[in-house]
Ligand binder design. Structure first.
Ligand code: SF4
Ligand code: ZN
Ligand code: ZN
Length: 318
């Protein structure tokens, strides 16, 4: 098998592009896809400060690596969820990358530890407030990322969501006709109000498999295991279904998601209009000051419940 571009020995095949690449042409392909995503969705420029949400997994570490190699000013935030075994290993991977590759580019790693600030790990907090672990985790991560972005003055927050993630999310939203989620399923969401950071997904043109290959070829150590809380999540089922379609008909995933983005950009109101609409509904949370539609934001409500229901010795005074 030979590289489609330079004809040397290929390292991997990409059926959806009907191509095969050697390591160096594959790295070029990956960078091109990110540059296309950043430019076509007007995500950020070289003058902006970016905060990458890193988890220790392949996608977020690949994203940090690609942005640094493309010359962007990209720091990162890692949220340690306090999940026994898993969090220690993922934290090690993030630290190793931060101390080597990121440090060589002068980039900084910020760390937030849930056990220290929220008083218990995600699993314990979720049990205390009788909510699914992933929704508790989502509320805390969204809050902490937004707070870090605003506090350290970052222009934009970047996450490692890839084509598989976005196509699976789209399938879930379509199956349930969740129109308000469909409206907001864009890889670039403007800051809806002062106090909220702009959010972007520069990897939406790359698949999970391509990002795993990128990490392996570039010797980026990442945690291979899924978060143990993800077991049984609906998204995994949607991904599986889409993978089966992709095997039968390469290119299905990208056609499904990219065509949706095409139609969305032509049909719906510009996202800046939605931002104005959101802005009208948001005001500072009475407890913490972060923007919210209610009187108290969902993070503050969650923490109030956790304090009430977790034995006092386990929760932090915030
Ligand atoms: S799987 Fe759930 S608990 Fe684990 S990191 Fe993702 S959202 Fe958080
Ligand atoms: Zn080549
Ligand atoms: Zn609040």
């Amino acid at each position: 098998m030979h590289c489609t571009k330079c004809k040397s020995k290929a390292a991997l095949k990409l059926p959806r592009h009907n191509a095969a690449f050697c390591k160096s042409c594959f790295n070029e392909f990956v960078q091109d896809q990110v540059v296309k995503a950043v430019k076509s969705q007007r995500m950020f420029g070289h003058e902006h400060r970016i905060l990458v949400a890193v988890s220790g997994g392949k996608d977020s570490l690949a994203l940090w690596d690609i942005l640094l190699k493309l010359g962007y000013k990209a720091d990162a935030l890692y949220v340690n969820l306090g999940i026994a075994g898993y969090s220690d290993r993922s934290h090690d991977n993030v630290r190793r990358f931060a101390d080597t590759v990121a440090a060589a580019h002068g980039a900084t790693l910020h760390t937030h530890t849930v056990q220290q600030t929220e008083g218990a790990g995600i699993r314990e907090l979720a049990m205390a407030v009788h909510r699914p672990a992933c929704s508790t985790c989502g509320t805390i991560k969204r809050y902490q990322f937004n707070q870090a972005a605003v506090e350290h003055d970052y222009d934009v927050m970047a996450t490692g969501h890839n084509l598989d993630d976005e196509a699976a999310r789209l399938l879930g939203n379509v199956l349930h006709w969740q129109e308000e989620y469909l409206d907001k399923q864009s890889p670039s969401l403007p800051a809806s109000v002062e106090g909220f950071a702009k959010k972007v997904k520069p990897l939406y043109r790359l698949t999970e498999r391509e990002l795993a290959a990128y990490c392996v070829l570039n010797k980026i150590d990442y945690i291979v295991d899924e978060c143990p809380m993800a077991q049984g999540a609906r998204t995994l089922l949607y991904k599986d279904v889409l993978n089966r379609l992709e095997t039968e008909s390469p290119g299905t995933k990208q056609m499904f998601y990219w065509k949706f983005l095409d139609k969305q950009s032509k049909a719906s109101a510009p996202l800046s209009d939605m931002a104005t609409k959101d802005q009208a509904m948001l005001h500072p949370c009475a407890a913490c000051g972060q923007p919210t539609t209610g009187e108290i934001c969902s993070y503050c409500k969650l923490m109030a419940r956790a304090k009430r229901d977790v034995p006092h010795s386990q929760t932090a005074e915030t």
